[in-house]
Each structure stands twice: as C-alpha cells, then as structure tokens.
Ligand binder design. Structure first.
Ligand SMILES: NC(=O)c1ccc[n+]([C@@H]2O[C@H](COP(=O)([O-])OP(=O)(O)OC[C@H]3O[C@@H](n4cnc5c(N)ncnc54)[C@H](O)[C@@H]3O)[C@@H](O)[C@H]2O)c1
Length: 353
C-alpha cells in the first residue's frame, strides 16, 4: 500500500538551502504527517578533494556553504535532481535564481501530479522570448504544479544559529500554505501565510536591488540619513512596481517579513550590500563579478542580475524614469553611469502612490 506520509524534498544546498534543510529535517522528525527522510539536491562539486555529497552524508555538515552547523542525519544529499524530486509531495526550490530554469528542466513530466513546489529564490526569470516572469510562474508553467513562495528577513547564518526571525509564505491555496507552515515553523522561525503570492515574491526579488543602493552609500561613506532615504525610496519603488505589475497587491503585505523587514536586513547585513560597498570603494576599478568571486567563496549575489531583469521590464513599458532608484542601480552595475551619480539621480524623485 502506498504511504500516505508527505515527502518533502529540497532542491538546492547553498547557504540558505542548507539552513532550510536543517529546519525541515528537524521538523519532519516530530510531525507524524511527514516522511522522515528528506532528500536534498546538491550541485556536485569537489571540496578538499572529496565530493560535497559524500562530505554531507558522512559529516552531516555542508562545510562549504554552511560551515559550523550540523544537519540532521535524515537529510540525505543527492547529486541527481530527478531522484530528489520525483516522489516528493512538497518540493522546496532554493537555488540562486539564475540556475532555476536549467535545474528544473530535467524534472518536466517526472513529478507527482498532486505535488506542489515552493520557491525560496529571489529574482526573476527571463523567458526565451525575452519576457520577464516570476520564478513561481516559471515553475508552474514548466512543471505543471502549483508553486508557493517563502520570503523574509532571513540571513541564513542567523537562522541556522536559531536566532528569532519571521518569514512570509505566499500561497493562493490556504491548505497548502498551512501545510508548508508546519514544515517550516519553529519556535525561533515565525511564519505568516499571505495569499498575494506575487507581491511576496516580488518583494524578495526587488529588495536585493535596493540593497545594492544601500551598499553604494556605505562605500561612498554617506551617512545614515542618506542610506535611510535610499531604503525609503526603494520601498516606494517596490510598492509602485507591485501596484503596476501585480494586481493582487495588498499594502499589508509590504509590512510582513517579506517586505519592510527583509528590505531593512538586506540593506544592513546582506551580501548584496557587502559587494556593492566594495564596488563603490573600488570606484570602477573592479567589476561586480570580480568582487563576488573575491568576497563570497562560491556564494552568489542576486541583486545585479535582478536589476537587469527589472530594467528589461521597466524599459519595455517605458517606466524607467518612474523608477529612478532601480534604474540608476542597474546602470551603475553595468557601468553605464558612475556610482557617484546615484544620489544626483534621486534629487527629483517623482511622488509615488
Ligand atoms: N543566503 C541567505 O541568507 C538567503 C536568505 C534568504 C533567501 N536566499 C535565497 O535563496 C536562494 C539560494 O541561495 P543560497 O544562499 O542557498 O545559495 P548560495 O549563494 O549560498 O550558494 C550557491 C549555490 O548554487 C549552487 N550552484 C552553483 N552553480 C550551479 C549551477 N550551475 N546549477 C545549480 N546550482 C549551482 C552551489 O552548489 C550552491 O549550492 C537565492 O535565491 C537567495 O537569494 C538566501
């Protein structure tokens, strides 16, 4: 007889992926609804002369992406994404967003028909016709399954250390949202379920761009007032962007963890801010790609890619001038304008909302 236990699988094993594996692996052990084994897809690489999957399965630690934190032994690292996802009921996608489409393609037609996906990826998807879409829509269209999202003020190392924080699930289907909440919530990880999934997801993607602006301010030695102005204008542009492109947008959602909290934490603590600060200090001597390699040990910054994706969207709808912050940050990243021009471009920021 087929098991009625729900299987949860994780596709991705970076800094956040490994942290989520730690939470999910622990939660399924104490909840009789779930199968206790959690398969985690690992993009195979050699670390210290050994396969990363082998290290994780013997040492129960992702020594490259989440060193110093043990993973529960029921989390099993697997290098084959189809093997990880084919028999899962809930598939959590947690990859740098630029790798999502290629990682998902082998899963086409291979998943359980009543499975649902969950995207924790922050960024957009560029379709073959050049159009920009949400990652959750890409999953829905490509894999023919529903896709929820989880976003929030969640710097992975702090969550892995058990420090209190919150996250927001975006789910059109309340039942799936509440089931996912059981998979994720702990006494230090408080989860709220919202129905306007597009807004929850867009907030997560857009805040990384604003964080680059905050990092530029730090690198140019501007004070806290200037940085706060950049963050506030960033929030206004995020809200306007959602109002224009996602009709289900409800302003309450911007005040959940996926909105203002994630924006603040990323603008003070995240890796996008850090790389942007170094970029501004180098004053054009180094590219963002060079700094990412230099500073992040294989981790990815998502902001520059998201800035490019959003710019394609704004340009296509003739909105570049209505979003001076997002537009300027994109132009700085591709070195079309110098970083020192950021604030000049904000002086006549249009009224919003
Ligand atoms: N790290 C955080 O604090 C944090 C918090 C919340 C959300 N997120 C989001 O979670 C997502 C995953 O980020 P992360 O921090 O787990 O990753 P990461 O940047 O720490 O690690 C990069 C991952 O990408 C994998 N990878 C490299 N090349 C690949 C390829 N060609 N195909 C597939 N995988 C490849 C690596 O093996 C590694 O697992 C991102 O969208 C990020 O924005 C991260």
């Amino acid at each position: 007889m087929a098991s009625t236990l729900k299987r949860v699988s994780i596709v991705g094993s970076g800094n956040w992926g490994s942290t989520i594996a730690k939470i999910v692996g622990t939660n399924v052990l104490s909840n009789p609804k779930f199968d206790q084994k959690v398969k985690m897809y690992v993009y195979e690489e050699i670390v210290d002369g050994r396969k990363l999957t082998e290290i994780i399965n013997t040492q129960h630690e992702n020594i490259k992406y989440l060193p110093g934190h043990k993973l529960p032994e029921n989390v099993v690292a697997v290098p084959d994404v189809v093997e990880v996802a084919h028999d899962a009921d809930i598939i959590i996608f947690v990859l740098p967003h630029q790798f999502m489409a290629n990682t998902c393609k082998p899963l086409m037609g291979k998943l359980k028909s009543d499975a649902f996906g969950v995207s924790l990826c922050k960024g957009f998807y560029i379709a073959d016709d050049g159009k920009i879409d949400l990652i959750s829509n890409m999953v829905r269209n490509l894999l023919k399954i529903e896709c929820l999202v989880v976003m929030g003020a969640n710097i992975a190392g702090e969550v892995a250390a058990g420090q209190f924080c919150e996250a927001t699930i975006g789910s059109r289907n309340r039942e799936q949202g509440l089931l996912l909440k059981e998979v994720l919530q702990t006494d230090f990880f408080r989860i709220v379920v919202r129905h306007d999934v597009e807004v929850v997801e867009a907030c997560g993607a857009l805040k990384n761009i604003v964080a680059l602006g905050a990092g530029f301010c730090d690198g140019l030695n501007y004070g806290d007032n200037t940085k706060a102005a950049v963050i506030r204008l960033g929030l206004m542009e995020v809200m306007k962007f959602c109002d224009i492109f996602y009709k289900s947008s409800e302003h309450r959602t911007f005040f959940e963890s996926c909105g203002v909290a994630d924006l603040v934490t990323t603008c003070y603590g995240g890796r996008n801010r850090r790389v942007a600060e170094a970029f501004a200090r180098a004053l054009g001597e180094k590219t963002i790609d060079e700094l990412e390699k230099e500073l992040l040990n294989g981790q990815k910054v998502q902001g520059p890619e998201a800035a490019r994706e959003v710019n394609i969207m704004l340009k296509a709808h003739n909105y570049e001038n209505d979003f001076p912050l997002l537009t300027s940050i994109y132009k700085i990243c591709v070195r079309e304008i110098p970083v020192t021009q950021l604030i000049d471009n904000l002086r006549n920021h249009p009224e919003h909302l």
